[in-house]
Ligand binder design. Structure first.
Ligand code: PDD
Length: 282
């Protein structure tokens, strides 16, 4: 059995034969960036937006943009067909390439380009959003969170701290304000309005977040791009997280205390429906 196939540096290979060099700077320094794109019945959500954000991440860390960047849609389609996946998530990774371990940028290296696809169960558009428990966690990341960097150790540690407490996601707090989740954007609902951290260098500018802001505005819901202070969390009506693989999930408890009435609220359900509508229309 050859499948699954992956793409590595211009070649489509069975996963068992795809190997990275031990001196890849992705391994030595987390010197690279990535994207995750969801495919529904073979069609990607927001492909252009993911490619554009990938380009911005590459530019931000001065990795020359490889020719494959604009071909990632075609490369991923091909992998999905070969692997027989209809609904899937695609992982794209580009590192600075292979060189002896010196901090300074190596001269004349070629970036390493990797694409992996994973089968994913398609969401049931008629089902309600998932209800989840979250915990807060100090945001211990760096100050360039808008770059989708491979350097995810603070996210990994916080996510696992959440799982150890029986929760499904950790919500980061920086200087007493909500930034985002370990792999999700966060929205609070208060008085029927949405509140979410501005897309500055303290969060990843989530593509699902941007879709929901657009949909909310079209639906006449006021969106405040302003961070929610921790002290306000007990006064919220609803809290939800969103992301490419998470879609919309309602946070019903935070640090063991209920949010609102402890159930997924109407605004969260509405935002979930609007996202599902976008996906079904693809
Ligand atoms: N994570 N914030 C962080 C820190 C993220 O890592 C992600 C995505 C998001 C949501 O962004 P988007 O809507 O563009 O997926 C917010 C991906 C899915 C991951 O690391 O697996």
């Amino acid at each position: 059995m050859d499948a699954p196939f992956v793409y590595l540096n211009g070649q489509v290979l069975p996963r068992s034969r795809a190997t990275l060099d031990i001196e890849d700077r992705g391994t030595l320094f987390a010197d690279g960036v990535y994207e995750v794109v969801s495919y529904y019945d073979g069609r990607p959500l927001a492909l252009r937006e993911h490619i554009d954000r990938f380009r911005r991440s590459l530019d931000a860390i001065h990795i020359p943009v490889p020719a494959e960047l604009d071909q990632l849609g075609g490369i991923t389609d091909d992998l999905l067909k070969r692997n027989g996946y209809n609904s899937a998530k695609a992982y794209w990774q580009i590192t600075r390439g292979v060189a002896p371990r010196e901090h300074s940028f190596p001269r004349n290296t070629t970036p390493t380009v990797l694409v992996i696809t994973y089968p994913a169960a398609p969401p049931d558009p008629a089902a309600p959003p998932r209800a989840i428990a979250c915990v807060t966690h100090e945001d211990q990341r760096w100050s360039l969170c808008s770059i989708k960097s491979l350097m995810l150790l603070p996210n990994v540690l916080a996510k696992n701290a959440a799982l150890e407490k029986g929760a499904q996601e950790a919500i980061f707090l920086r200087d007493g304000r909500v930034t985002e989740g370990t792999s999700t954007s966060v929205f609070a609902v208060r008085g029927g309005e949405l509140w979410t951290h501005p897309a500055d260098h303290w969060i990843l500018g989530g593509i699902t977040r941007a879709i929901l802001i657009e949909e909310a505005k079209l639906a006449g819901v006021t969106v405040n791009e302003s961070a929610v202070p921790w002290v306000e969390l007990s006064k919220l009506n609803e809290l939800f997280i969103c992301g490419t693989t998470t879609h919309v999930a309602g946070v019903v408890t935070l640090d063991g205390r209920p949010i609102g009435d402890g159930r997924v609220g109407p605004v969260t359900r509405r935002m979930h429906e609007l996202l599902m509508r976008r996906i079904t229309k693809l």
